[in-house]
Design a protein around this ligand. Structure first.
Ligand code: SF4
Length: 219
């Protein structure tokens, strides 16, 4: 692994941060996607500099058929590998306990997928509100695992414009009333005026599934 390169102020753009992360961590930089617009932007950017981008997709077993088809289609379109990560068999479902279901189907499989990695690129934006409001460009947990947030300071409109500029198709359900698409039983269409993530349902009053709040990566 290379020592982290110095990060200059002029690198604090989505492209600049992503390029810096790729140059710094190489194969020990992980990509994941929930098939949202931001993650697709980042894969497109990364593909400009590397032709061997592999990205993990948490296949919980509860995705919309449209999501599974889009994962295949967008991987082919961008020229990246999207690899489905599955949970251990059985385990709790959303019917019994959403917190336990997310832990079993998202948090634990992702923790396993990130073992051996040093850093992780993700697509959260500060303007999504909730716990995402004010997220920094770079986070480091107690074990030293690093999260890179290249889209921390851009807006949903910026992301949409990026996709449009590069003629990149977005998830089809975003054109059918959904603001953000997760597992089918835990995603609903938006009501007028709601924030983009208001249609995502997690345990109790939680606004996150846990991969950004309860994940611990072994080093
Ligand atoms: S979002 Fe819903 S179905 Fe998906 S893992 Fe979490 S609780 Fe389970």
């Amino acid at each position: 692994m290379n020592a982290p390169m110095a990060l200059r102020p002029d690198m604090l753009t989505p492209e600049g941060l992503l390029r810096w992360a790729l140059d710094t961590w190489g194969d020990r930089l992980a990509f994941t996607t929930g098939l949202g617009m931001g993650g697709i932007c980042l894969l497109h950017m990364a593909r400009r500099w590397r032709d061997d981008i592999t990205c993990a997709f948490l296949d919980t077993g509860f995705h919309f058929p449209e999501s599974l088809q889009y994962a295949e289609d967008i991987a082919a379109y961008l020229g990246v590998r999207i690899v489905a990560i599955h949970p251990e068999p059985f385990g709790p479902t959303w019917r019994q306990d959403r917190l336990a279901c997310c832990d079993h189907r998202k948090v634990a499989p992702l923790a396993r997928a990130l073992e051996g990695k040093r850093a992780w690129v993700n697509a959260r934006r500060g303007d999504q509100g909730g716990l995402r409001q004010g997220i920094p460009f770079i986070e480091r947990d107690a074990e030293g695992f690093i999260k890179i947030n290249p889209l921390a300071r851009v807006s949903r409109q910026w992301v949409q414009d990026y996709l449009d500029t590069h003629s990149i198709p977005r998830h089809p359900l975003l054109d059918r009333g959904y603001g953000s698409v997760g597992c089918a039983p835990c995603t609903r269409k938006l009501k007028p005026g709601e924030d983009e993530r208001a249609g995502r349902l997690f345990a109790g009053d939680k606004t996150e599934c846990g991969i950004h709040t309860r994940l611990r990566v072994k080093r």
